[in-house]
Ligand binder design. Structure first.
Ligand SMILES: C[S@@+](CC[C@H](N)C(=O)[O-])C[C@H]1O[C@@H](n2cnc3c(N)ncnc32)[C@H](O)[C@@H]1O
Length: 292
């Protein structure tokens, strides 16, 4: 019998929520009244919060959240509780496998900060195309982890650069692969799929406090545990780095930022057909070369 998937701590996998980040994504998703929305790797449902609050009548539509983590889905379920039970569906699903969603069942699909950990990114895009109705849209967004900025004490600049690059390339226990620079390649990935790129956007997410619940604090601690688990940095050096960030915060000088990239792409209305062959080109007949 197949092993059930291992549960990982939520704060290892899901970033602290920055509401402005998800309001930006909700605007790009542009889900109209009655939209059927699927969130691939919904985590704790932060995107649903923003999307539903952006709709005039949230109860007219429906949402499906897919994630492999039962704990994440439980948290999402609590957030969605005010919605009619018929309009929400949370499914534990592995995004490496065919999605448990019918063909052409969705008006909007979104996927934020999930692609980096999937070994076959193209397969997920093919699945997104399948579940979208013709004309439906996928919002594919991702941070670029090679460009994390931590304002640090002057003596820690080289160390900070080294830690950020090592973090970007480190596969954590909850990931099936690692591709920390995927944010800058979303357009190329969509270009290999049957979807058509409509718009490309970027946003900087800024964090000014080094305190629990803040994005920069979450990333710094995730970096420390990821590099410690991987044996990729000296624990004393990591502790010294965190102490420097705490001092920056005490002086009001702490700053963290991450760049998010977002591609809105559409399932074409019709399949692009090849032009018919001229009727003279029956098997065995000579091809008419046509005008030059
Ligand atoms: C960084 S979090 C992003 C969550 C959410 N999209 C957000 O923006 O807050 C990554 C999520 O992907 C989920 N995930 C990772 N690998 C998965 C897989 N193979 N199948 C389904 N979900 C997966 C994790 O459980 C986690 O909730």
């Amino acid at each position: 019998m197949a092993e059930p998937p291992r549960e990982h701590a939520l704060d290892e996998m899901v970033e602290p929520v920055v509401p402005s980040r998800f309001r930006w994504l909700a605007r790009l998703l542009d889900a109209g009244p009655g939209a059927r929305i699927v969130d691939l790797g919904c985590g704790t449902g932060a995107a649903f919060d923003a999307i539903l609050s952006s709709l005039a009548d949230p109860s007219a539509g429906s949402v499906i959240g897919l994630d492999s983590s039962v704990e994440a889905l439980r948290t999402t379920g609590r957030g969605l509780a005010p919605w009619p039970a018929t309009a929400r569906l949370l499914i534990q699903a592995d995004l490496n496998a065919p999605l448990p969603v019918a063909d052409a069942a969705a008006d909007r699909v979104l996927c934020h900060n999930v692609l980096e950990c999937l070994p076959d990114q193209d397969a997920l895009l093919r699945e997104a195309h399948r579940v979208l109705r013709p004309g439906g849209k996928l919002l594919l967004s991702h941070s670029d982890f090679d460009a994390l900025v931590f304002a640090c004490e002057p003596g820690d600049l080289a160390l900070t650069r080294r830690l950020v690059h090592a973090y970007c390339d480190t596969q954590q226990a909850w990931m099936d692969a690692v591709d920390g620079t995927v944010g800058r390649r979303l357009v190329e990935i969509v270009g290999r799929s049957p979807l058509v790129v409509e718009t490309v956007d970027a946003a900087v997410v800024l964090s000014r406090r080094f305190q629990p619940g803040e994005l920069g604090y979450g990333y710094a601690h995730n970096l420390v545990s990821a590099l410690t688990d991987a044996g990729a940095a000296d624990p004393a050096e990591l502790e010294r780095w965190l102490a420097g960030l705490r001092r920056m915060d005490e002086r009001g000088a702490f700053l963290f930022s991450v760049n998010d990239y977002a591609v809105v792409c559409r399932r074409p209305w019709r399949r692009h057909r090849r032009p018919r062959a001229p009727c003279t080109s029956r098997p065995g007949s000579r091809q008419n070369p046509g005008p030059r």
